[in-house]
Design a protein around this ligand. Structure first.
Ligand code: PRX
Length: 651
């Protein structure tokens, strides 16, 4: 744990309260706090009965389960012995219910090209691609690595894997070849999916070239399937590479969903932890499916005629749970967008909301801060009257951004759901319910039914009202991660060893006197850049792999748009601290991890401030990076002169 966790400040004082309108509450599935409380109490008192009632109705069971929950310490199983299928619940179930002609995906590409797929059409595409994968020898338990643009085929690929019991590992298309290879090797991926390229702000990013590089270091991958998206030229390795359309050309149109055990691994998704090595978070079939579906319905108060838009990328957990599995198992109509929010102009999102009459809009605080910067006029030229619920995810939202979102986007009438959760939790854990909860800007409010939070101090004692401490979850919930891929010890050490019997979230939080939760940042060395988790150690490892770098420390510093920016302090092995070198180091990190990890500031220094026991004093570096007066106790600092020199170096 870092030194940051001692003495957590209560940073926000926010007393404004925004109850849902009587009209919204009157039409909502959960329309009052009593109703919410009654649900939460039932789930807490008798989780088995509560989830049994829901699971029977909400998922299709090829074979019924026995026990609802089996728990042995941190190893849990939900819906034991049952057989279901995520892809079936997202597709076939709707066709059988007579909703096959409902739109599943309304897609718009960055250049403005569009496609719409009904649930029946999506089912057809998924079946074909699943059969294509089978032709390549993919079966239950094989890992399919996905590195693709936000096209319908990305969702099709995920659903096709789920259909045949293959495990997908989606890698965000901004990661580098090195990062793809690392993940592929850890997962022992058998197949790689990609596209010829990706449209980004009018340019083409050559995804296939990056994959070709990654393949040099991905010995387990046997085949590469390439979607033709942008029509650029690509290198071709005969026997290994296959065009998506050719693979699907002569396959059967039907591919029955395979009945899979409830606990079958559905996917792994790599995320940063407090070490340099990303961990593959492992999710299952039935529990994950139910959690994604129920949380989607509760949190967004979804109705069949809603047009729902989550602006995330499927490379992150938000895309898994709230573009694909949650909304699609509910039968929602989802808008999916390939491009950037400011291309060709800074009103692109609002143009889309108006064009498709979006009614539920789910985005990240970093995006909201960018919208504010781009100016109200970008918003004001559009009719946003279709919107009825707004959501945020990925990091805390500052009250000013919350108010702007409420007034400018929501026209003062749309409830805002600030959803707190993690890759590990599978779905939303704490959030307002739009028809019930009076919101406070900056608070994720209350736990969802089935979520039992606890906040403890460093001696593991529960803290009092308004006191900060480590946020834990005290009881299992269906969507919880079941492991770290290939590393049971890390699973135990990271999440279960610190507070016995509790899942450790890694976040600090406090609970106010109304029982509202406020997330107060991480307890470890994980930083949150534009809503994405990055380990400072990953950035440091990438930096020191450059020959010029002797030692370095990466810290987060506040950034107006990104939430946190990455500041790196680095000492050199005799090299000259030039502007050229600074550029070269940034490029180096881009190559090692990807654009999202490129440091914003690199400060060269002779030495780093350390304690007498040799630990880098990150707290001091954070203060310096933020331009703050160096605060707190520096009595353990080994070399005061290092500190004075650091404060005077400029990027
Ligand atoms: O620190 C919390 C922050 O993001 C972390 C989870 O990151 P990741 O696994 O990448 O998932 C992001 C999308 C769910 C959390 O530990 N975080 C996420 N949502 C919020 C948040 N912090 C404050 N408020 C939120 N609503």
């Amino acid at each position: 744990m870092s030194e940051q966790s001692s003495g957590i400040d209560n940073v926000m004082q926010e007393n404004r309260l925004f109850p849902p309108s009587a009209e919204f509450a009157g039409n909502a599935a959960i329309g009052s706090m009593q109703q919410y409380q009654e649900l939460w109490d039932r789930a807490e008192k008798d989780p088995t009965r509560f989830w049994d009632g829901i699971a029977k109705d909400e998922l299709h069971w090829f074979e019924p389960y026995g026990d609802v929950l089996k728990q042995d310490g941190h190893n849990v199983e939900w819906f034991v012995g049952g057989k279901t299928n995520l892809s079936y619940n997202c597709l076939d179930a709707h066709i059988e219910a007579g909703n096959g002609d409902r739109k599943a995906i309304i897609w718009e590409g960055e250049p403005g090209d569009t496609r719409t797929l009904t649930y029946r059409e999506l089912h057809g595409e998924v079946c074909k691609f699943a059969n294509g994968l089978k032709k390549l020898g993919v079966g239950v338990g094989d890992v399919v690595s996905i590195y693709m643009p936000m096209t319908p085929e990305l969702a099709i690929a995920m659903l096709a894997c789920a259909r045949i019991g293959a495990i997908h590992s989606v890698i965000f298309a901004g990661f580098s070849a090195e990062a793809i290879a690392d993940r592929n090797n850890d997962a022992k991926a058998k197949i790689q999916l990609t596209s010829d390229g990706l449209n980004r702000r009018g340019k083409v990013l050559p995804l296939k070239d990056t994959v070709d590089d990654a393949m040099k270091k991905s010995p387990t991958v046997e085949h590469v399937v390439v979607l033709r998206r942008v029509g650029n030229e690509v290198q071709w390795t005969e026997g290994r590479d296959h065009w998506w359309h050719e693979l699907c050309d002569s396959v059967d149109a039907d591919c029955p969903a395979l009945p899979l055990d409830s606990e079958t691994t559905s996917f792994i998704l790599y995320t940063s932890g407090s070490t340099g090595k990303p961990k593959g978070i492992r999710h299952t079939t039935a529990g994950y499916n139910l959690w994604a579906k129920m949380t989607f319905k509760w949190v967004f108060d979804w109705k069949p005629d809603d047009v729902y838009w989550c602006t995330a990328d499927c490379g992150w957990i938000t895309g898994h749970s709230y573009i694909v599995y949650g909304p699609m198992s509910a039968g929602a109509t989802c808008l999916m967008f390939e491009g950037a929010p400011n291309y060709p102009a800074e009103n692109r999102f609002w143009e889309l909301v108006e064009k498709y009459r979006v009614s539920i809009f789910y985005t990240a605080p970093t995006a909201i801060r960018a919208f504010i910067k781009w100016g109200d006029e970008q918003v004001e030229k559009h009719d946003l009257s279709s919107l009825r619920v707004l959501g945020t995810v990925g990091e805390g939202i500052n009250p000013e951004a919350w108010m702007w979102y409420h007034e400018k986007i929501g026209g003062g009438r749309c409830p805002i759901v600030d959803t707190w959760w993690q890759t590990e939790t599978g779905g939303i854990m704490m959030s307002p319910l739009p028809g019930a909860t009076a919101t406070k800007p900056g608070s994720c409010t209350k736990p969802l039914p089935g979520v039992v939070p606890a906040i403890v101090d460093e001696s593991l004692k529960p803290v009092g009202e308004n006191q900060g401490g480590m946020l834990c979850i005290a009881k299992p919930w269906p969507g919880m991660l079941r492991g770290v891929w290939g590393d049971d010890q890390r699973f135990f050490d990271t999440y279960w060893a610190t507070v016995p019997g509790n899942y450790l979230t890694g976040d600090n939080a406090r609970c106010d006197n109304d029982g509202y939760y406020w997330i107060m940042g991480r307890i470890d060395d994980v930083i949150n850049v534009s809503g994405h988790r990055l380990s400072t150690i990953e950035v440091e490892s990438a930096m020191v792999s450059h020959e010029a770098v002797a030692e370095c420390a990466a810290v987060g510093r506040p950034d107006e748009i990104k939430g946190q920016a990455i500041a790196v302090f680095c000492s050199l092995r005799g090299a000259e601290p030039t502007e050229e070198l600074r550029k070269e180091l940034k490029l180096h990190v881009r190559k090692e991890i990807g654009a999202l990890a490129v440091p914003d500031d690199i400060r060269f220094t002779d030495s780093l401030p350390k304690t007498r026991s040799g630990k880098i004093m990150r707290r001091l570096l954070r203060d310096i990076a933020a331009g703050r007066q160096v605060a707190g106790d520096v009595s353990t600092l080994e070399d005061y002169t290092a500190l004075a020199k650091l404060a005077s170096t400029e990027d």
